[in-house]
Design a protein around this ligand. Sequence first.
Ligand code: PMP
Length: 384
Amino acid sequence: MLYWDYAAASPPYEEVVQTMEQIMRLIYANPSSLHRAGTEAARLLTRSREVCAAALGVTPQEILFTSGATESNNLAVKGAALQYQGRGRHIVTTQIEHPSVYESCLQLQALGWEVTFVAPDSNGVADPAGIAAAVRRDTVLVSVMHVNNETGAVQPLAEIGRLVKAANHRTLFHVDGVQGFGKLATELKEWQADLYSLSAHKLRGPRGVGILYVREGVALFPLLTGGSQELGYRAGTENTAAIVASAKAVRMSAENRVTYSKQVTPLRNRLLDFVSGIPEFTVNSTYSGAPHIVHFSYPAVNGEVMARKLEELGMTVSTRSACSSRLAEPSRILLAMGRDSSAALGGVRISLGDTHTAADIAALEQALLAAVQALKLVERGRNK
Ligand code: PMP
C-alpha cells in the first residue's frame, strides 16, 4: 500500500518515536511536583517551549501546549471571544475553516455572538479586502487558516493581517497554521498574528499535542480550569514525553522546510498536471496552493467510492479532511468555492509527504487511470 493521507496524519520521525519511548520510561514524574524528578520533567517542558518558540520566532512565554489543534483553535476562538466580550461580540472568519474553528464560531453564534463568514473565491482563497470590510468597531477576533486542509489553498495572511489591523487595531488575528507549518514560511510578525495554532501529528510528531502561540499582552478566558499548568490557561498534567517529542518534530519540520518544498513541489506539480488531464475530473487545487495537497472531484462518482477503488489498487487516499470524512453531506469547502453538489460529494484528496518518490507518483497515476476506467464501466452498466 502507498500512503497518500499526510494531511490527516503523518508517520512520526524515527527520532520522535525514540524520544517518546525514552522519556516515557525515564521521566515519568509530574512536572508540577517540587521534588528533583518533577523539576527534571519541568526542565524538559521549558526546553520544549524554547525550541517551539525559536522555530516560530517568538518568546517561550508565548507558547502554550494543548491536546491538539482542535483544542488550540477552540481556546483561541472561544477564549478570545469570552475574554474580550466587553469590547464587542462580533467575529469574522471564512466559510472554509476547519470544523474546530467553524463549529466554535457556530457555538458562539448560538450564545449570542455575531459571526460573519466570508466566502472564498472559486480557488478557495479568501479576499483580504472582503475580510477587512467585515471588520467593525465591535469585532474582537478575525480567524483565518494558513492552508486549507481540503484543497491546499493558501490564504494571503500578510495582506489580511495588514488590512484587518488598519480597520481596527484592537481586533485580534488568529491563524490556524496546522497545514502550513513546515511546508510554507511561517511569518507571525509579518502577518501581525496574535494567536497561532499548530498540531504535532501533521508534522511527523506524535498524536495529541497542539501548540498555541498567544502574543504577549493578549489574554484568553481559559476553557479548562483546574491546576495552574500552562500559565493558568490550560489546566491538566502535561504529557511530557509527547510534548518533548513534538518540540523535536517542530524543530525538524522548520529545519527541513526548504528541502521538503524542493522535494515535494515537483511531485505535486506532476500530479496536478496529471489529474488536470483527466477529463472526468474537476480539479480543486492550484499550483499556487501548498506543496502537499492535490484535490479533485469526480462528479459522476461519490468520493468514497473512488477512495475505496483506489484502496483496492493499493493507494490510501481520503475524500476530504479526516474530521469531516464521516459526514455524508457534500463538502462545505467545495460548496463555498461554488462547486455544485455532485462535485462537492465527489471529492478525493491526495496528500503527499517527504517520503514519496517519482516512482510512487507514477504508480498513483496508473491507479487513478485504472480506477476511472473501472468506475466508468460500472456507470455504463448502471445506465444501460
Ligand atoms: N486545523 C486544520 C487545518 C487541520 O487540518 C486539523 C486536523 N485535521 C486541525 C485543525 C485539528 O488538529 P488536531 O487533529 O490536532 O485536533
